[in-house]
Design a protein around this ligand. Structure first.
Ligand code: SF4
Length: 277
C-alpha cells in the first residue's frame, strides 16, 4: 500500500485501476511526452514570471522567462529523451509561446499577489495521507485565499470537468488543513482555449470530497489486498504508455517490468548458484 496519494492518483484509479497500479504503485517509467514536457516548460516560465515584482510581470518578461525555462530544462530527461524532428521542436516552442500569450488573456499578472508557488501540501483524511503540489496560492481582498492551477492540455468535457473539480476540492481541503482557512476560490486556467473553470469550495464540497476520498482509499486497499487491478478501457487508452502490457489489448501485465530497462532485479531470483553447468 502507498503511504500517501495525490488527488491526481485518485483520479487515475477511477479512470483505470491497472494503469494506476503500473504508474503509482509499481512506479514503472513512462517515456516523456511532448504535451507533458511542454506543460512543464510553460509552468516554469509562469513560476519565474510570478517571482518578479508585480509591475514587471509583462508579456516581454514572460517570454524572457520562457527562454530561461527552456535553458534550465535543456538537460532534463523529459526534454533530452523526446524524439522530435527539428520542425516538431520548432512547433513545440512556438506552441509554448502561444500558451504564455494566452495566459495574459485570462488574468492580469500585475494584480496577482502570490504567497506560494509550486507549494507542497499534505492533509490527513481518516487514514489517508493526501499529498499534492499547487501551482499558485494567492492572497486576495480581505486576506482571503485563492488556489490557481495552470492547465496546458485541452479543456475537459463536462464529465471530466467534474472529475477535475473533485481533485480541486481536495486541494482546497489540504490548504484548509495547512493554513486553517478555506480558500474562497479555486481556478483552473486552461491556457489552450483560453478558459477559466472556477470552483467555490464550501462546507458541503469539502465534506463530500473527504467522504469520497475515504471510499476510494478503501477501494484501493481492497484492490491491493487482492492484487486485483482491472483494466478499464476508455478514451485514455490511446495515450497510455502501458498499452502493450494491458490484457484489454492482448498484453501480459507481468512483462511490464521490462519497462525498467536492463539491470532490473528479477524476482524471484534465478537459482544461479545451484544451476548445474
Ligand atoms: S491501455 Fe487502457 S485499459 Fe489498458 S492499462 Fe492503459 S488505460 Fe488501462
Amino acid at each position: 500500500m502507498p503511504r500517501g496519494l495525490s488527488p491526481s492518483s485518485f483520479g487515475a484509479f477511477k479512470s483505470c485501476p491497472l494503469a494506476f497500479k503500473f504508474s503509482y504503485l509499481d512506479r514503472l517509467p513512462q517515456p516523456p511526452s511532448a504535451p507533458a514536457s511542454k506543460g512543464t516548460l510553460v509552468h516554469r516560465a509562469l513560476e519565474l514570471l510570478m517571482l518578479r515584482s508585480a509591475q514587471d510581470r509583462t508579456i516581454d518578461h514572460a517570454l524572457a522567462d520562457l527562454t530561461r525555462a527552456r535553458e534550465e530544462l535543456a538537460s532534463d530527461p523529459d526534454f533530452t529523451e523526446l524524439v522530435l524532428t527539428e520542425a516538431e521542436w520548432d512547433r513545440f516552442h512556438a506552441e509554448a509561446e502561444v500558451l504564455v500569450h494566452r495566459y495574459f488573456e485570462l488574468e492580469d499578472p500585475t494584480t496577482v499577489r502570490p504567497i506560494g508557488l509550486e507549494l507542497r501540501l499534505s492533509a490527513t483524511v481518516g487514514s489517508v495521507q493526501l499529498r499534492g503540489i499547487i501551482d499558485r496560492l494567492d492572497l486576495v481582498e480581505n486576506d482571503e485565499l485563492v488556489i490557481t492551477d495552470y492547465k496546458t492540455g485541452s479543456v475537459p468535457g463536462e464529465r471530466h470537468e467534474l472529475q477535475r473539480l473533485a481533485g480541486v476540492h481536495m486541494y482546497a481541503l489540504m490548504v484548509e488543513q495547512l493554513l486553517g482557512k478555506r480558500p474562497v476560490r479555486v481556478q483552473l486556467l486552461y491556457l489552450s482555449r483560453p478558459e477559466a473553470i472556477i470552483a467555490v469550495p464550501s462546507e458541503q464540497s469539502v465534506t463530500g470530497v473527504a467522504r469520497k476520498t475515504k471510499a476510494l482509499w478503501t477501494a484501493i486497499e481492497s484492490a491491493c489486498a487482492r492484487d486485483n487491478f482491472r483494466p478499464h478501457p476508455g478514451p485514455l487508452c490511446e495515450y497510455c504508455s502501458y498499452q502493450a502490457y494491458c490484457p484489454a489489448f492482448g498484453g501480459d501485465p507481468a512483462l511490464a517490468e521490462e519497462l525498467r530497462g536492463p539491470g532490473t532485479v528479477i524476482a524471484p531470483a534465478l537459482p544461479l548458484a545451484s544451476s548445474p553447468v
